[in-house]
Design a protein around this ligand. Structure first.
Ligand code: NOJ
Length: 549
């Protein structure tokens, strides 16, 4: 590997970076098998560079049977042969680094795939063996061990325990999986597990990976002692603030991440990380501290309704939290786990998205125009905030959720494991439309692994490239301007009407977002960009303006 694969520079580059999430299997298919791949990602380096983001984050690209879209990892130090090779990966890093774009990998430490060699060894080994100790195996309850050890649910369905079958065909022990049965949880009290993940972090860092997104970062350490408490759901609201929950956010987790920090800091510039930790906001600092992972996702705006009051409160609260952790905040509106924000904002407040998806997106009816105007306004607002922004592939095209995927094509374990009552997350994972026509709108030469709707033509890159007011053009313009306007990590609120969020950065960059319907007057200054055309010089409803004064 050549030195040029590493990207040098300011070690604080991440504090206000814009990171673009690539969901590899749905980004670009280079070999016509209907699945996106690593060469596909490399082929789009110019597109990403023109978009103007600082980094890309790749959702898992490791060997996987895709029981959970790749979050079931069979080998942490390889590339899925369906997606390419390690050499393709090296080429990809080189191509992105050559354009100054950094690359994050997704680390999935809570669970592996059931096809991981360690889990296969554990299944073949005896209860109580060293091989079983890398995972969480327990005897069942009941006279013959026929009942699961406890009643804990899985995130995807009724139970987090699956019973094994021994070599002679008789039922054996049970193992814990907080997600699908194909995702057995590791035992993080086992030193081999701890060492192996350090090896993984070094492996990818040595290959030039600049940062890591840590999956389910709050769940690694568990108290598996009996008596087991009853746990009915995994809502972060029910996680106590003292680290005493048996499964999540335990005090001793910090030790694991301190060990990781040593590895990150042994590189120059230090590797960075962002935790996906579903914990009460007050506890996020433990993951975002410079001694642990350095950043932790703040999903609060993603969860907030379209309301000036809620947005303002959420922003204030999170800026305070980042003062406490010493990290910058991380703003997110969409990712591969949630209904796309252009759809969320076009649905009535309090819509139950699971129910909406079951109606194929017909009830309640989606107001596309409203949803897209708000989505564009919200993105501009996010980009004007101090801190970093994480965006999800396709949002730059203004894509809506594909809500009418039929049951037969769904891949999400939520659908399969929960009695086919919840469609899950496939609607935001439909492969990107690059061109107006073709069997998969330019995604690849074959049809895509999830069917694309006909309306994708009007949201394709090719289509939006030539539309002056397209969402793609807005993202490019906003990202380019942000680079010029970026200022210290502070903001000052400016007094404004109730339905308006108005703040300015230290250099006189104002963001004005109108959450209401009535147009509002803008302050004196130079209008740099608006998410919608001004009406008689005023900012219309559901729109954002950037002004420099
Ligand atoms: C969070 C990931 O974002 C999600 O897609 C996945 O299903 C779970 N973690 C389990 O790995």
């Amino acid at each position: 590997m050549t030195e040029s694969v590493f990207l040098a520079g300011d070690e604080n580059w991440w504090r206000q970076a814009v990171v673009y999430q690539v969901y590899p299997r749905s980004f670009k298919d280079s070999n016509g098998d209907g699945l996106g791949d690593v060469k596909g990602i490399t082929s789009k380096v110019d597109y990403i560079a023109e978009l103007g983001v600082d980094a890309i984050w790749l959702s898992p690209f490791y060997p996987s049977a895709l029981a959970d879209g790749g979050y079931d990892v069979a080998d942490y130090r390889d590339v899925d042969p369906k997606l390419g090779t390690l050499a393709d990966f090296d080429d990809m890093i080189q191509a992105y680094h050559a354009k100054g774009i950094r690359v994050f990998a997704d680390v999935v430490p809570n669970h592996s795939s059931d096809l991981h060699v360690w889990f296969q060894e554990a299944l073949a080994a005896e209860p109580g063996s060293a091989a079983r100790d890398r995972y969480i195996f327990r005897d069942g309850k009941g006279a013959h061990g026929e009942l699961p050890p406890n009643d804990w649910p899985s995130h995807f369905g009724p139970t987090s325990w699956t019973r094994t079958t021994t070599a002679d065909g008789t039922p054996g022990q049970w193992y814990l999986h907080l997600f699908a049965p194909e995702q057995p949880d590791f035992n993080w009290d086992n030193p081999e597990v701890i060492e192996d993940f350090k090896k993984t972090l070094r492996f990818w860092s040595d290959r030039g990976v600049d940062g890591f997104r840590i999956d389910v970062a709050h769940a690694l350490k568990k108290d598996m002692s009996e008596p087991y408490p009853t746990i009915v759901d995994y809502d972060p609201k029910h996680i106590p603030l003292d680290g005493s929950h048996h499964l999540f956010d335990r005090e001793e987790l910090v030790e694991v991440y301190r060990g990781w920090r040593e590895i990150f800091n042994s590189y120059n510039p230090p590797r960075v990380a962002v935790a996906e930790a579903w914990v009460p906001a007050e506890r996020r600092y433990r993951y975002a501290s410079p001694e642990t992972l350095g950043q932790s996702f703040n999903f609060d705006l993603l969860a907030a309704p379209w309301s000036a009051k809620k947005f303002k409160k959420t922003i204030e609260f999170n800026l305070k939290l980042s003062e406490k952790s010493g990290s910058s905040s991380t703003w997110v509106l969409s990712n591969h786990d949630v209904v796309r924000h252009a759809s969320r904002y076009g649905l009535p407040k309090k819509t139950n998205y699971d129910k909406w998806l079951v109606t194929d997106g017909t009830s309640p009816e989606l107001d596309r125009e409203l949803g897209l105007s708000r989505a564009r306004a919200a993105t501009m607002l996010l980009l004007a905030l101090p801190g970093s922004t994480y965006m999800y592939q396709g949002e730059e095209l203004g894509l809506f959720e594909v809500a009418d995927l039929p049951g037969e094509v769904l891949q999400d374990p939520i659908w399969l494991r929960d009695g086919k009552t919840r469609k899950g997350r496939d609607g935001c994972r439909v492969p990107l439309p690059w061109e107006k026509t073709g069997s998969s709108f330019g995604f690849g030469s074959a049809s895509a692994h999830l069917p694309q709707p006909s309306w994708f033509a009007g949201f394709s890159v090719e289509f939006e490239e030539v539309q002056e007011d397209s969402t793609l053009k807005l993202y490019r313009a906003a990202l380019a301007l942000r680079k010029q306007l970026l200022s210290t990590e502070t903001l000052e609120w400016v007094t404004s009407p109730r339905k308006v969020v108005h703040f300015k950065r230290a250099n006189g960059w104002h963001n004005i977002t109108n959450f209401g319907k009535k147009p509002v007057a803008l302050p004196e200054g130079t209008v740099q960009l608006t998410s919608a055309p001004l009406v008689d010089g005023k900012l219309p409803g559901n729109a954002t303006a950037w002004i420099t004064v």
